[in-house]
Design a protein around this ligand. Structure first.
Ligand code: GH3
Ligand code: MG
Ligand code: MG
Length: 491
């Protein structure tokens, strides 16, 4: 057989087109039959008579031939079929091929049958599957990372939602006209409910004492008062900057506040470049402050500062509306409101009210002697003395000019008389400027007193009768207290 014919036959076998083949050898290894699927028998003629070792060596190299011959010999020696799985070789086109081989000895016929089947496709499929699985796992890993990133974004969104809710709440409070105390309580409610902090306090700066005083708090002890510059809070106020301490036990500035405090953040409340207070938040072990907490508190603090300023302004305007500018007592308009309110209460619950009307004696003369400015000073002093002689529950009013009124809720005639007398004495005894130039060498007041329900059955009557009693005091000796029923009989 020519060498060329042999190669042609081998080429037919050793390509990736080899689906399956049967080869039979005799006991010496010479090929007696060859069948290769899809190949014409004619082309395979040249294989016949060739030695299996030689063919193997030419097709699969030394190692391949050794492996094949070992199985070939094994199946003869042990008389049980031998096999080679995933026999790997490179095809004539340079492609990787895989073959499964089965060796069976047919001793009676002195033959060894070799069955060869290409498993390239299934091996490649396997590899592809492994590769696909790896790719799948890597996609899975990427997905996991993407999901956890998404979680972070969702967390950020949740934080942003909470922040917006809290900001909205604080801004909404600012738009309502409420007193400062209510505003602070509402703000802390917002911080604890919306943002989940357990310990929060708003401290406002007392300009006079330069101390930060807790005006509203959650989770802190009562009466906190921190000098500016002291503690983490005082430091933040002095340096006008947010201070965050992750672990307060390691900070020498820390003054113990909330019992469960682990980290603390103090944010200055600044309005028009002035520090008006501090928003202080202490976080427990379970809630360590993150960057977004700090950002949120910073935004909140500027809203809170504006809200407090707004409330303080509203409060000031409200106080101004009911106060007499010169003396600081309640004004006539508010007196009417007070009188009506107290009268309603007294008539509904069968309580008593007393009313004292007051007029400075010979004040025209005082002005004439000392000038109007000194007159004003004295008027202010008289108002202060009246206020001091009253109890906290009483209302002192500038009725007009140099006339005053004191409304005494839940006060009997006798109690009111002793208060009026104490008041009269306090003016009589006070060393007013040039009082010796007044008639009787003294600046004095006259007082008229009436009581509901003893002397009057309506507001108008109460006013009328207190006024009538005052008129009577003027008509008698002045510097005296007259009771409506007894006005003919000054004390
Ligand atoms: P009396 O009440 O004892 O009868 O004499 P009087 O001189 O006080 O008389 P009257 O109460 O009628 O006079 C009120 C005076 O009080 C007139 C006015 O000059 C003075 N007066 C009223 N309001 C003010 C004020 O706001 N400032 C000053 N300086 N004087 C005032
Ligand atoms: Mg008068
Ligand atoms: Mg007078």
């Amino acid at each position: 057989m020519s060498q060329i014919s042999l190669y042609t036959a081998m080429l037919s076998m050793a390509t990736e087109t080899l689906p399956s083949a049967f080869i039979a050898t005799d006991m010496l290894g010479n090929i007696t039959h060859a069948y290769i699927s899809k190949q014409s028998q004619h082309k395979l003629q040249y294989l016949l008579g060739q030695n299996i070792y030689r063919i193997s060596r030419l097709m699969f190299g030394l190692d391949g031939a050794k492996q094949i011959m070992s199985s070939w010999q094994q199946c003869i020696a042990e008389q049980i079929p031998a096999e080679i799985n995933r026999f790997e070789h490179t095809s004539t086109h340079g492609l990787q091929e895989y073959l499964d081989m089965r060796f069976a000895a047919h001793l009676t016929a002195d033959k060894v049958i070799i069955y060869i089947r290409s498993t390239t496709e299934s091996v490649l499929l396997d590899e592809e599957f492994v590769c696909f699985t790896e790719q799948h796992e890597s996609v899975n890993r990427e997905l996991c990372i993407a999901i956890s990133n998404l979680d972070f974004h969702l967390m950020d969104l949740e934080q942003a939602r909470k922040k917006l809710a809290a900001l909205y709440r604080v801004t909404a409070i600012a738009q309502k006209t409420v007193n400062e105390h209510e505003v602070l309580e509402e703000i802390l409610d917002g911080i604890t409910r919306e943002l989940g902090f357990t310990n929060a306090a708003i401290l406002l700066l007392d300009d006079a004492t330069q101390e930060l005083k807790a005006r509203a708090h959650r989770g802190y002890p009562e009466g906190i008062c921190i000098p500016i510059g002291k503690g983490i809070t005082g430091y933040a106020a002095l340096h006008r900057e947010l201070v965050y301490v992750p672990d307060v036990t390691n900070d020498p500035r820390y003054i113990s506040g909330a019992a469960s405090g682990v980290s603390e953040v103090a944010v200055p409340l600044i309005v028009d470049d002035r520090v008006i207070g501090i928003l202080d938040v202490e976080s427990s072990q379970e809630k360590i402050l993150q960057d977004y907490d700090l950002d949120m508190l910073r935004s909140l603090a500027s809203q809170i500062a504006m809200t407090i300023e707004h409330a303080t302004h509203v409060c000031k305007v409200e106080v101004q509306a009911i106060t007499d500018g010169m003396t600081g007592l309640f004004n006539y308009r508010h007196f009417q409101t007070l009188l009506e309110r107290e009268y309603k209460r007294a008539s509904r619950y069968n309580r008593t009210i007393s009313l004292i009307m007051i007029d400075i004696d010979h004040f025209k003369k005082y002005n004439d002697t000392n000038g109007h400015l000194q007159g004003d000073q004295t008027l202010r002093k008289v108002a202060a003395l009246i206020k001091n002689s009253c109890r906290d529950v009483d209302f002192a009013v500038r009725y007009g000019g140099e006339e005053f009124a004191v409304l005494l809720p839940e006060t009997s005639v006798d109690e009111a008389l002793s208060i009026a007398e104490r008041l009269r004495q306090s003016i009589e005894e006070y060393p007013f400027v040039n009082r010796e130039k007044q008639p009787n060498q003294c600046l004095t007041i006259s007082l008229g007193l009436a009581n509901y329900p003893t002397d009057a059955i309506s507001i108008l009557e109460l006013l009328d009768h207190a006024d009538a009693a005052l008129y009577q005091a003027k008509r008698s000796t002045r510097n005296c207290v007259c009771l409506y029923r007894r006005y003919t009989n000054p004390l």
